[in-house]
Ligand binder design. Sequence first.
Ligand SMILES: Cc1cc2nc3c(=O)[nH]c(=O)nc-3n(C[C@H](O)[C@H](O)[C@H](O)COP(=O)(O)OP(=O)(O)OC[C@H]3O[C@@H](n4cnc5c(N)ncnc54)[C@H](O)[C@@H]3O)c2cc1C
Length: 454
Amino acid sequence: MTVITRDVVIVGAGPSGLTAATELRKSGLTVAVLEARDRVGGRTWTGDIDGAMIEIGGQWLSPHHTAALELVADLGLQTFSRYRDGESVYLAADGTRQQFTGDVFPAPADTAAEIDRLIALLDGLAAEVGAEQPWAHPLAAELDSVSFSEWMKQQSDNEYARETVTFFVSGAMLTKPAHTFSTLQALHMAAAQGSYTALATDSFMLDKRVVGGMQQVSQRLAATLGDDVHLSSPVRRIQWSDNEVTVFADGGLEVHASRVILAVPPNLYSCISFDPPLPRRRHQMYQHMSFGFVVKAHAVYPTPFWREKGLSGTGFSDTDYVSEVYDNTNHGVDNGAIVGFIAHEQADALFEMTPAERKAAIIDCFVRYLGPEAATPDVYYESDWGAEEWTRGAYGVSFDLGGMTRYGRDHRDPVGPMHFSCSDLAGHGFQHVDGAVRMGRRVAAAIIAERSLV
Ligand SMILES: Cc1cc2nc3c(=O)[nH]c(=O)nc-3n(C[C@H](O)[C@H](O)[C@H](O)COP(=O)(O)OP(=O)(O)OC[C@H]3O[C@@H](n4cnc5c(N)ncnc54)[C@H](O)[C@@H]3O)c2cc1C
C-alpha cells in the first residue's frame, strides 16, 4: 500500500485534468494525478498502427479554440493545416455522386437559399443563447422541451435543407440522433464553437492539427508533472467531508488531500463509489448526461491519390454509412490518409456486422467517395471509443431532452471538496480539447481562490 498526501488530487490525466494540475502546481500547490489507463491523454490518443501514426481520438483545432491553441504554442508544439484544395464529393440519397466546391452541399437554388436562411436563424439564436449559461435564456425552457428534429420541422418544409442543417450538429457534433436532444442543446453546441455557421464550415472546425499528434499536449504536461502522475491507477472510492478527501485507487494507492478534481467525463462518475454518497440532485443529474457515439475509420494509402484527381479528400453523405470523409495525411509524409466518420444509428448498424463485413462496408464507402484506388489501403483501423472502459462513447457527453434547463445551472458547481473539470462541462469549446483546457484552468483558479480565503 502507498499512502501520499497532497493539496489536490486529480482523477483523470486527460487534457483537462493535466491542465488543472499544471495550473495548481504553478501556484505552489502540491498535486497527484491518478489515471486509470496506462497512458495519458484520455480521448486524445496518437497511436502507431502497423507503422502509421493515427489520431485515434481528438485531433483538430478551430480558430475559435484559442485556449487550446495557446497551450499548444506554450508547449512548443507546431500546427499544420488540413489539406483541402480541390473539389469535395457529395453522395446523394439517390446514389448519385457529385463534386462541388465551397462549404454548402450541392442543392437547387431554392434549397440552397433555405439552408442559408436556416443557418442564419440558428446563428441568431445561438448568439442569444450563448455558450456559458444557455439555461438562463428567457426561451430556454421552451427550446429545451422540443427535440431539434421536431423544431427544425416547425421551421421548414424543405426536407433536404432541414436534414442538411441538422446534420452539422447531430451527426457531426453531438453524434446523437436529432430526436434525442433539445434545440437548446443544439444551440449551445453552436454557441460553444462560435456560431452555427462555424459548425457548417468544415474549413473552420477542422482547420489545424498538431504536428506529431494531439496526445503530445497531455504528454508534455505530464512530463512536467513527473512522478506526480500515477498511471494504471483507476480510482474506485472517494471518502469526503467538508475540507478533506481520501481517494483510493487500484494497486493500494491512497491519496489524502484537501480537494479533489474529478477530471473524467460525467458518465463515469458513477463508476466511483462516494462515501458519503453524492447529493440526490447529482445522482439524478448524471443519469441525464450521456455520450454520443461515432466511429472514426482510418485508411492509409501509399500516396494521397485523390489529390492528383483534383479532389480535396473531403466528402459528405446523409445516407451512406460514412457521413464524412477528410484528408487526414500527417505532416511531412509521402503517404496519404483518409479518415471517415460513422455516427450514431449508422454506427450501431455497423457493429451488427462482423469485423470483416464492417471493414468491407466502410472501404466501399471510401471507394464511392474517392474512386477504386481507395479499395486497398496499406493500413486500416477503426477507433471504437464505445468499447473503451474509461470513456464509453464519442465524442462527448451531452444532456438529454430537458436536462439542460433542469440541471445545467448546477452542473459545474463543486460538491464539498470535490470539483469537476471536463470538456463536457465546458461553455466555450464544449466537447473539444479547447473546452477541456478552459475547464482545467477555471477549476484550478476556483481552488486557488478558495485557498486564498482560508
Ligand atoms: C473519436 C474522437 C474524436 C474527437 N475529435 C476531436 C477533435 O477533432 N477536436 C477536439 O478538440 N476534440 C475532439 N474530441 C474530443 C476531445 O478529445 C475531448 O473533448 C477531450 O479529450 C476531453 O478531455 P478531458 O480531459 O475533459 O476528458 P478525457 O480526455 O476523457 O480524459 C479523462 C481521463 O480520465 C480517465 N479516467 C476515467 N475514469 C477514471 C477513474 N475512475 N480513475 C482514474 N482515471 C479515470 C480516463 O482514462 C481519461 O484519461 C474527440 C473525441 C473523440 C473520442
